[in-house]
Design a protein around this ligand. Structure first.
Ligand SMILES: NC(=O)c1ccc[n+]([C@@H]2O[C@H](COP(=O)([O-])OP(=O)(O)OC[C@H]3O[C@@H](n4cnc5c(N)ncnc54)[C@H](OP(=O)(O)O)[C@@H]3O)[C@@H](O)[C@H]2O)c1
Length: 216
């Protein structure tokens, strides 16, 4: 069995480095950011899970869309990716944005300081966990059945795992839109070059530029 990696997959940032806009709410999961502008490249591919019409591209963008779940056995995400609530849970009604069939199909570890019981929707089980990044990663790897762990974002959680030196690979799609405010992943992608190699590949759709990083 190979080494289990921690991988960021298909994470979108604006040209000025924001992973989400300001003012997240139920109606606006990405705050003032327009998700259409950031995700159109993935939505145009044949493998996009929410396709409503047949067809779609089968090239590089489709490869990235499929790579999202390839050899992934668990996900770690931040509580603000899971939902718009903040602070202690008022009730347990909210079960994420994704409906009865979440696109993860693995255990998902939602990082929060506010405890909540685990629950299962279809083949995805959500666990609510705190602690330092290394111990959360160790727990996720244990449940991942020898496969890799996806670090699902948002930017806050990705930065925390980067600072702890725990991220092995990142695929970041940079969109040519400026957000001006929100939660930043970086000021510039060059910040990672002391620790990571990088390839930069334009999406054939023209909508984004793919940045691939792997640990030096
Ligand atoms: N660009 C993309 O591709 C992409 C992907 C995913 C999500 N998003 C968007 O990004 C936004 C969320 O990102 P974000 O950066 O605001 O937040 P986030 O990273 O999703 O979550 C941050 C929260 O995680 C919890 N947390 C982090 N570290 C912790 C630790 N060590 N122990 C316990 N809890 C910890 C804290 O929640 P508590 O306050 O509960 O303790 C913290 O406030 C959303 O708008 C989402 O829609 C974008």
């Amino acid at each position: 069995m190979g080494e289990q990696l921690l991988r960021v997959q298909n994470f979108m940032v604006s040209s000025d480095g924001f992973g989400t806009g300001e003012g997240q709410s139920l109606e606006h999961p990405f705050g003032h950011a327009d998700p259409g502008a950031m995700f159109s490249w993935a939505g145009a591919t044949a493998s996009w899970p929410h396709r409503t019409d047949p067809g779609g591209s089968r090239g590089l963008d489709d490869y990235f869309t499929r790579d999202f779940s390839r050899n992934i056995g668990a996900e770690i995400m931040g509580r603000n990716k899971f939902g718009p609530q903040r602070g202690p849970w008022q009730d347990h009604e909210w079960q994420g944005w994704w409906g009865g069939e979440p696109p993860f199909h693995t255990p998902v570890f939602v990082m929060t300081h506010h405890p909540r019981p685990s629950f299962t929707l279809s083949d995805t089980t959500f666990h609510f966990v705190g602690g330092d990044p290394a111990s959360v990663l160790a727990r996720a790897k244990e449940t991942a059945d020898g496969k890799d762990v996806r670090l699902g974002g948002g930017a806050t959680v990705i930065r925390e795992f980067l600072d702890a030196g725990l991220v092995d690979t990142l695929h970041i799609a940079v969109a040519p839109v400026k957000l001006g405010a929100g939660v930043r992943l970086w000021e510039s992608p060059d910040e990672l070059l002391d620790r990571f190699h990088r390839d930069v590949v334009p999406s054939p759709s023209g909508a984004v530029t793919h940045h691939l990083f792997w640990r030096k």
